[in-house]
Every structure is written in C-alpha cells, then in structure tokens.
Design a protein around this ligand. Structure first.
Ligand SMILES: [Zn+2]
Ligand SMILES: [Zn+2]
Length: 255
C-alpha cells in the first residue's frame, strides 16, 4: 500500500499544486482544518492566525471538485487545530508570544485534564458538519491535530463514524485495525512506510517527489489492515514521548 495524506493548512500557492495533483487522478488523502473554511472565525481577528490564513476561494473550489471524485479521501483535523488553554499561557503579558509549548493540539493536551468523550465529540462533530456543509463531503479520516490524542479520541471517532484514524508513525508500521477503526500510521516521505503525510506548503520543496508518491498510490483496501501488534502499542507510547520532548526542548531554548 502507498498513500499520501496531505494536511491542508497554509495554502502558499493559491492551489496550483493541488490542481496538478488532482490531474493525476490517483488516490490521495486531504485532511482539512474546519476552521480554515470559516473566514469569519475569531481566530483570524484576534491574532491566533494571520488575518488571511483561511483557505482561499480557489482552494475551496478545487476541494469541492475533488469531493466528487472517488479517488480522493477526505480527512478532518479537529475543529480549530489549537488549544484554547495553552493559548492563554502563550499569549499572556499583552499578547507577547512565548513559544514555550506547542499550541496546535486540540484533542489532547499535556497541561490539562483529559477531555471526556462527550467534550471531544462536541468539537469533532462541529468540524465534521462544517466540512459537510462547505465541501459537500463527509470526512472519512479523523486526523487528531498535531497527532495528539488519547483513548477518548478513538472512542469519539468511532462514535462519529469515521472509518480511518491517523496516527504518527514513529516506527515503521503497516496499517492496522483497532476496534472499529482502521489506523493509518503516517510517516514523513523520506522515511520508509506505507502511508505518508505532509503539510501542503512543505510540498513546495521537491514537489516532484510528492507527485511520484501519488503517481504510484493505491486505494486503501481492507486487505491492507492487520491486527494491532505490540509494535503499534509501542508506537503510541513513543508519540507521547516525542511530543513531550519537543516541549521540553522548546522550554530550554525559549524558556
Ligand atoms: Zn494544550
Ligand atoms: Zn495539522
């Protein structure tokens, strides 16, 4: 299996690369951030995002076209893709950003009590409805922002009926099943693996390499999924370790 999940966040090229990718007619995933479909959202007014960070009209038009194609699998990254609690600490003291911790998680946060299944369902459902309303497609992949999640996230994803759940593939892992979900361990394109991810603006460099991956991509078939192994459990532990170390490192640099 070979599959690229594009995390669509900053759209640096007004959709030119996305059009080229669409022309290939090959399978790929596109995981959108619901709030970026809402230019009127407060995050573009209060400095969380640059005021024009939302998806440009041209991108939205392309996404609507892609939504009609069978070879494109839509994914969803939370609702807002940032953590309201961490934001308060980072923006204190007159809005001076301190960068001591990562802000861009939503389902799970190291600095506060875990969110219940219901709390997670609430914003995930809101995000799903925004995508359905704006793009006329239901997201099949749930991709927790920043690949940060807990068990409640998986339960919430099952209850909301997503078919796939994206995790960071720290280890090289084949896709596997867990309860009702099909887990896609996503790796960077320069690593070995079956499923890859990239941020849209990162494709600017070495775009040909990404095109080659998509050219040789396959549809996600049921046969590709095995049972969850002990290596998969270890991978999940390593995701938390990796994310914790990142914050520790930032605190050492900026703290
Ligand atoms: Zn947080
Ligand atoms: Zn993201």
């Amino acid at each position: 299996m070979r599959f690229l999940d594009i995390h669509l966040e900053y759209c640096d090229d007004n959709g030119r690369r996305l059009e080229k990718i669409a022309e290939l007619g090959k399978p790929f995933g596109i995981s959108v951030v619901p709030v970026l479909l809402l230019p009127e959202h407060e995050s573009f007014k209060n400095g969380i995002h640059p005021s024009d960070y939302y998806y440009p009209d041209r991108i939205v038009d392309i996404l609507r076209e892609l939504a009609k194609e069978d070879f494109v699998v839509f994914g969803q990254q939370g609702f807002a893709h940032y953590c309201t609690e961490c934001l308060k600490t980072e923006f204190k003291d007159g809005g001076k950003r301190e960068f001591k911790r990562d802000l861009w998680h939503e389902n799970s946060c190291f600095y506060k009590k875990e969110k219940s299944v219901e709390e997670q369902i609430e914003f995930m459902k809101k995000g799903k409805e925004v995508i359905e309303d704006k793009l006329k497609v239901s997201p099949l992949i749930y991709c927790p922002p920043n690949h940060m999640f807990d068990n409640n996230t998986k339960t919430a994803a099952e209850e909301l009926g997503y078919e796939f759940f994206a995790v960071k593939g720290i280890l090289s892992l084949a896709p596997y099943r867990e309860r009702k979900l099909k887990i896609l361990p996503e790796r960077k394109v320069w690593q070995n693996g079956d499923v890859f991810y990239t941020h849209y603006d990162q494709m600017n460099e070495e775009f040909c390499k990404y095109l080659r991956i998509i050219e040789s991509s396959t549809l996600i078939l049921d046969d590709f999924f095995s049972d969850k192994t002990s290596k998969a459990w270890l991978n999940e532990k390593l995701i938390s370790v990796y994310k914790t170390l990142r914050d520790v490192k930032n605190r050492a640099i900026y703290g």
